[in-house]
Ligand binder design. Sequence first.
Ligand SMILES: NC(=O)c1ccc[n+]([C@@H]2O[C@H](COP(=O)([O-])OP(=O)(O)OC[C@H]3O[C@@H](n4cnc5c(N)ncnc54)[C@H](OP(=O)(O)O)[C@@H]3O)[C@@H](O)[C@H]2O)c1
Length: 481
Amino acid sequence: MGASGPSPRGSAARASLLGAALAAPSLLLGRSSGSASEAFSLAASPATHSAPAVVASSARPSTGSRFSLQRSTAPLAVQAPASEGLLFGSGCALGLAAVALRAARRATRSGRRHGRAARAAVSAPLVANNVAGLDGPKMRVVVFGGTGYIGRAAVLELAARGHSVIVCTRSQSGMGSKQSVGDVEASFEGMGDVTVVNADVSEEASIASFLRSMDPPVQGAVCCLASRSGGREDSFKIDHAATVNCMKACRDSGLQHFVLLSAVCVQRPILAFQEAKLLAEAFLREESEKMAFSIVQPTAYFKSLLGQVKGVAGGAPFVMFGDGTEVRCKPISEQDLASFMADCFWDPSKRNVTLPIGGPGRALSFKEQGELLFSLVGREPNYICVPYSVFDFVQGILDFIAGLFPSQSDLAEYGRIGRYYAEQSMLVLDPKTGKYSEELTPSYGRTDLRAFMTEVLEDSSKLDAQKLGDQGLGARVGMGD
Ligand SMILES: NC(=O)c1ccc[n+]([C@@H]2O[C@H](COP(=O)([O-])OP(=O)(O)OC[C@H]3O[C@@H](n4cnc5c(N)ncnc54)[C@H](OP(=O)(O)O)[C@@H]3O)[C@@H](O)[C@H]2O)c1
């Protein structure tokens, strides 16, 4: 890439190449931020909700017990905060990285512009997705990780169904830790009965303290906590230790039902975050006599599959691994997954079980995702096939660097993550054959990938709301935000 910058077409091609090379590793770790779900529309829903808007704040430190509640009379409307971060997933090809980071930085700048536009433009009524139409007595539910991509969708879904929702957040949250508690409160303003509390999930006592202070008490929990980086140490700190802290504090407070967001990929665990999630799952199952549970294992999120949309729309080829036919997934939208998790509280069949779940429609291979994208943008398919052997080469380099510099050991983990999602389908494994099975992967929801891609091609603010954030390559190597 010259100093004067590439042609738009060349830039799109590089961005697309990077997107494909890096999109696979982002699966299951596609950690975005609070921005990720702000811009979505909840319009296609059967029910409306007009509960009074309550936004509460806690000015206390993690060990205190003083809260201040502020009632908001703002109208029910979505206000999207800044959209930040890079478009693409974790690194798997060092040779691409230098070229790609420049393209990604441009994408980030463009993302900020789009984010500002989205903030000004997005305003949707608060409407429950409630796909199954399930509901029950109004409850008080705490959401851990409510500032994340799925967590925010869960907060909005529960609030739109008329429940009282507590969002537990740290002092600085979101992509790049840029949101204050006040920003989080503002992002939920007008979104129903949502109360924001500041507590430290790394300390069980901090969670226990705020749960004790809740009157009426909290009855249910949804935990969407996840390491934003996917690094080894952080995964055990968040996906395991902090998650178990939440479980213990909830159990001891007498909470009735704990819904844990996990991932379908834990069925073939190789990566640190998968081991961490399995430990948390095991703890929750062991506690089932004291607290009911639902363990939700989604397939892939849309944000993890959209890295090439802008590139292909701009004229670039679609990049895929092998011949693009071996690895498939049945992705689920954040609103549909949020609806599924909310159903867990009221559907007896979802109690004390592990629930793998994908979205509607059939499983799509990388190549079919490319075909879909080309048909939607009205272009002849044009593919670049990256051989799987690239991963051996890249992993060798990453392992070498990690060996030389222990502080960079997560680089090797990111390489393994990349390889995992390039090689493994996001579907349920058939225990009899040991192969991934589309038939055994349950479907739920109303939005399939075609419908979603059509929407984002028409309205780029929806694409901006699907950023990978700290999961992106730039953020991981310290060059993004
Ligand atoms: N991407 C996929 O395709 C896919 C598919 C299936 C399953 N999954 C799984 O889904 C889960 C959620 O993904 P997501 O995209 O919603 O994640 P996300 O957007 O990155 O959200 C992570 C949440 O955890 C919180 N968190 C992280 N570190 C924290 C810390 N030290 N202290 C307090 N809170 C912390 C974040 O809070 P802050 O805002 O404060 O950082 C945020 O609310 C993950 O476990 C992922 O593995 C992903």
